[in-house]
Design a protein around this ligand. Structure first.
Ligand code: GLP
Length: 257
């Protein structure tokens, strides 16, 4: 795992966007795994700026999103489909037919999840997966206790995540209690992974992910076994890392290569 510690969110978002832009230029028909949450918003703006400036095009790109609240229609302003349209897809030249988000209203959720896995496989697998991290160390909606071998399935949200995400809803009781989510096993099959983490409230999660043991109590820790995983964080999110200076020195060398 490479840890890139940046002075702030703006610098980290730009560096992460550059890594995606490089892939899109090299492989215009690449497959992206995309994430929601407040964390990647600025990085998505950087990519939209690049498209506007004619530096990159997403015309051939296909995407699969990590997760969706179960019970929310795509038209709900807190659904992850709505979020993706508003924060990225409507601002770039991607063909919306090539963008995939799990259907939060799927009655047969087992079929929905199995089909999603098959679609990703048929597309050749995910070239680059974008991730945020929950304050309890979760990735997608793989809450503490999720198997590190898990696949796309129905999951339940912990009280901590419901509380964290309540800020986007009118009240905490409006936050759905379940979701459809790619599994940790699904995520770890991506060829490259970029995880973004900003702010002091992510410091414990980042420390657990990077320096804790690999465990289902911090599902992001599964990335320790990935051979091309990059963490872009700000100083606050990196503040509890014991080997912070070492990572900063090492990533500077790696970023040049
Ligand atoms: C949700 C999403 C995750 C995201 C997390 C953190 O739980 N399912 O994919 O990483 O929120 O969100 P934020 O970036 O707003 O802190």
């Amino acid at each position: 795992m490479e840890i890139v510690i940046c002075k702030d969110k703006a610098e980290a978002s730009r560096k992460a966007a550059d890594m995606i832009a490089k892939l899109v230029k090299e492989k215009p028909e690449c497959v992206l795994g995309l994430a929601t949450g407040s964390t990647p918003v600025e990085m998505y703006s950087c990519l939209a700026d690049d498209v506007k400036a004619g530096k990159i095009s997403f015309k051939g790109v296909k995407s699969w999103n990590l997760d969706e609240y179960y019970g929310l229609p795509a038209t709900h302003d807190q659904s992850y489909r709505y979020f993706m349209n508003a924060n990225l897809f409507d601002k770039i030249d991607i063909d919306k037919a090539n963008t995939h988000v799990l259907n939060g209203l799927a009655e047969d959720w087992r079929k929905e999840c199995a089909d999603y896995e098959s679609q990703i496989k048929d597309a050749g697998g995910i070239d680059l997966q974008v991730l945020g991290i929950g304050s309890d160390g979760h990735i997608a909606f793989n809450e503490p206790g999720s198997s590190l071998a898990s696949r796309t399935r129905m999951v339940y949200l912990t009280p901590q995540t419901i509380q964290d995400n309540a800020r986007f809803f009118d009240k905490a009781s409006d936050v759905p209690t379940s979701a459809l989510s790619m599994g940790v096993g699904t995520i770890c099959e991506a060829k490259k992974v970029i995880l973004l983490a900003f702010g002091a409230n992510k410091a414990d999660a980042v420390q657990g992910m990077v320096e804790g043991g690999m465990s289902q109590y911090c599902t992001a820790s599964a990335l320790q076994a990935h051979n091309d995983a990059w963490v872009f964080c700000d100083e606050e999110a990196a503040s509890k890392l014991k080997l912070k200076d070492f990572y900063a020195w090492r990533s500077e060398i790696e970023m040049k290569g």
